[in-house]
Design a protein around this ligand. Structure first.
Ligand code: GLN
Length: 484
């Protein structure tokens, strides 16, 4: 059962081939067996899962089910989950049991999905390797010496190893697409505003967006159907109607215009990754698509721009963790200042502190115009590049990451090299566009991800284009050896 997509599991539940309780037990057992190797979960919610599975079975029995009723899911530990520990990968929130559900959790509960547990992640979603987690690094199931990518590394590793059939992630600068690429699965970051951010612990509010980490585009479509939509509790969520993302998966892509940005194929791109991507593009040509060279001239500015905007917003968002209202509080504070200093000093890890310091600096008077304002202006130029490109093409494609999974510890001493792991994903967040990563082969036995970038609110188009590729290839069906 563990190697089935959620589309297949959903059909099996509907036809009563197995119950949700049976299905859930399979994944709970796999999680217990394999998680000690992978470290993909921070919390396993076995009792809750079995309880929810029994309720799902009752719903199926009563005919009151949705396509997702009874399907187990792993949730990134960034989503507030009522009564369940919600740590965001940080010591700061190690003792935090949320009093309420994030909208995403609420929506998926309403469909009758079963919560397997909360997945490991970079601390406050800051990282590209899952090594900044207070709970230790996650291992990539394709090679346990390598990183799964970050920050949604636990979710990606769990799905890749089929310890969970599907999971959620969040993407501020690449955190769904980059781990999806490194773990050989399908990840979708929706358009900014498509999915509610309410109850999703904020990193950089103008960039953060939640989405599915799945085995296939079809599965991602099924989950997005339930996640997307307007939420009165998130002022940046959009009132635009949510299409049925499954309905258009089978549309013919003959004549599709694919933009190939030359900036995504330059220095720094690993040769093995490049050749896998070129093969994938040839496959699209066979499906009737046309490749068109395009330019995204401001691409090289995306990483430096992001590392002004994201730390600025994080320094503001994380000021709420003061030792008074949430989470960790130091022992025996001498006075209020000591309480702030030691609670924050002990509660946050080094990467989070680095970001808070950079953010505070770029927002301080005298530097605001030189850094933050300038970054916002460049952000506009980056969006304009995409706007120009989408006048000529339907989707943009290129590699998701410059290399395949790197070794644990390889980049931890050099933040800049680490930051460059997201060189192809970050611009999409700065522009607020939807982006996907789908498995597109291997380089030296490690998965390679093909990135698809769409115009605003064209998730259905991306899913359709990805699904057509997956009907003709089986990269998304590959499971790492010992987890088969
Ligand atoms: N790797 C990027 C960072 O460290 C993006 C993280 C994310 O998307 N949450 O900020």
């Amino acid at each position: 059962m563990h190697n089935k997509t959620i589309a297949e599991l959903s059909a099996g539940l509907k036809d009563k081939q197995f119950s949700s309780e049976e299905l859930t037990r399979v994944f709970v057992e796999r999680a217990k067996q394999f998680d000690p190797k992978l470290n993909s979960f921070i919390t396993l919610t076995e009792d809750l899962a079995l309880e929810q599975a029994r309720q799902a079975d009752q719903r199926i029995q009563a005919g009151d089910n949705t396509p997702l009723t009874g399907i187990p899911i792993a949730q990134k530990d960034i989503f507030c989950t009522k009564g369940v520990k919600t740590s965001c990968g940080s010591k700061m929130l190690d003792n935090f049991y949320s009093p309420y559900d994030a909208t995403v959790i609420e929506q998926l509960n309403n469909t009758g999905m079963v919560l397997l547990g909360k997945t490991n992640m970079d601390e406050f979603a800051m990282g590209s390797s899952n090594e900044t987690s207070f709970y230790g690094p996650v291992k990539n199931p394709w090679d346990l010496n390598t990183v799964p990518g970050g920050s949604s590394g636990g979710s990606a590793a769990a799905v890749a190893a089929r310890v969970a059939p599907i999971a959620t992630g969040t993407d501020t600068g690449g955190s769904i697409r980059q781990p999806a690429a490194l773990c050989g699965i399908t990840g979708l970051k929706p358009t900014y505003g498509r999915v509610s951010r309410y109850g999703m612990i904020a990193f950089a509010s103008s960039l953060d967006q939640a989405g599915p980490l799945a085995q296939s585009a079809e599965d991602a479509a099924m989950l997005l159907n339930a996640m997307a939509g307007f939420d009165t509790r998130d002022s940046t969520s959009t009132e635009l109607a949510v299409p049925d993302y499954q309905a258009t998966l089978n549309e013919n892509i003959n004549g599709l215009k694919i933009g190939i940005p030359k900036e995504y194929f330059g220095d720094g791109l690993d040769a093995g990754v490049q050749s896998a991507i070129e093969e994938a593009l040839k496959e699209y040509e066979k499906l009737g698509a046309q490749l068109i060279d395009i330019e995204l001239p401001n691409s090289s500015l995306s990483v430096p721009t992001y590392y002004v905007v994201a730390p600025a917003e994080c320094s503001s968002n994380l000021s709420r963790f003061d030792g008074v209202r949430f989470g960790y509080r130091c022992e025996n504070p001498l006075n209020l200042e000591d309480l702030y200093k030691r609670s924050r000093g002990d509660g946050f890890g080094p990467e989070v502190k680095r970001r808070i310091m950079i953010g505070t600096y770029v927002l301080s008077s005298g530097y605001y115009d030189a850094y933050y304002l300038k970054a916002q202006r460049i952000r506009r130029l980056i969006s304009e590049d995409f706007k120009e490109a989408f006048k000529k093409v339907d989707v943009i494609m290129g590699p998701t990451t410059p290399t395949t999974a790197f070794n644990i510890g390889e980049k931890t001493n050099d933040p800049i090299t680490m930051y460059l792991s997201d060189v192809y994903t970050i611009a999409v967040n700065l522009a607020g566009l939807p982006g996907m990563s789908i498995p597109a082969g291997f380089s030296e036995n490690k998965p390679v991800g093909l990135q698809l970038i769409g115009n605003y609110f064209e998730e259905a188009k991306l899913l359709n284009v990805a699904h057509q590729y997956q009907l003709n290839t089986d990269w998304h069906r590959q499971i790492p050896g010992e987890f088969k």
